[in-house]
Design a protein around this ligand. Structure first.
Ligand code: SAM
Length: 242
């Protein structure tokens, strides 16, 4: 199909940014059959990033695959405050790294740092390995990281699952159908993963080390963490080891 036919097919499938999406498919695939296949796949409702196998995030291109959490641009807000807090960080971790959006970004922003990412989702970790720039580990939060960095982490970041379970139905149906609940479900108030991470933080952080994450405004009010930045929807918060 031509580029114009692809735009029409995407628009008919309900894609609001059909021109932009067709441009991304054309940029990704040179082969006409692959382009047709990608348009058909996208028309089923699969997120564009999973269809083309990559997502732009910060200054990096994150590798993606069907079924893997699509990095949200809102999480880019974590990067600048985290780096400003510890520009000297040498050991950096991304807890729940998914396909590696934050970890790979920090590897670029802090080129002297040893960056580690950990996740439970094997499909996401396969993508993280292709995204590159950091060491990938399988496991649950801190416990999946190598014991050699216990008490040595200068900077930890996370974009944690933080949607209250009762609000999962509000997520766009295309994302609900194509991303694992593990990546978004934060338990009854959305804060279960944050509590789990904070419970062990001081054992893994170096003296003066910081953990930086993003929560919703109402969650920030109850989490009792230091506010680093905020906008209308989200708040970047930190926990520092004294
Ligand atoms: C909101 S997604 C963020 C992924 C990635 N940091 C990003 O910004 O694209 C949350 C991630 O936490 C992971 N996760 C959920 N529970 C976990 C656990 N107990 N240990 C490690 N990772 C976990 C999910 O698999 C998912 O990749």
């Amino acid at each position: 199909m031509t580029h114009e036919e692809a735009v029409l097919a995407l628009r008919a499938a309900g894609c609001v940014h059909a021109e932009d999406e067709a441009a991304v498919i054309w940029e990704t695939y040179a082969d006409p059959g692959a382009r047709d296949g990608a348009v058909a796949d996208r028309a089923t409702g699969r997120p564009l990033e999973q269809v083309v196998g990559w997502a732009a995030f910060g200054r990096v291109r994150v590798a993606l695959a069907p079924g893997v959490f699509v990095p949200r641009r809102r999480a880019e807000a974590i990067l600048a405050p985290a780096v400003a807090l510890r520009p000297d960080a040498r050991v950096v971790v991304d807890l729940g790294c998914g396909a590696g959006a934050l970890a790979a970004s920090l590897a670029v922003l802090l080129p002297d740092a040893d960056v580690h990412g950990v996740d439970l989702d094997e499909a996401a970790l396969a993508c993280a390995g292709r995204t590159g720039g950091f060491t990938v580990h399988h496991g649950s939060w801190w416990s999946g990281l190598p014991s050699s960095i216990v008490g040595r982490v200068d900077l930890a970041v996370a974009y944690l699952p933080h949607v209250p379970t009762s609000r999962l139905p509000e997520i766009h149906p295309d994302f609900r159908a194509n991303e694992p609940a593990l990546s978004v479900d934060g338990g009854p108030d959305g804060l279960d993963p944050l509590r789990a991470v904070l419970a062990d933080a001081d054992r893994w952080l170096a003296p003066g080390g910081a953990f930086v994450t993003l929560v919703s405004r109402d969650q920030a009010a109850v989490s009792d963490l230091e506010v680093l930045a905020s906008d209308d929807d989200d708040v970047v918060v930190a926990h520092r080891r004294g």
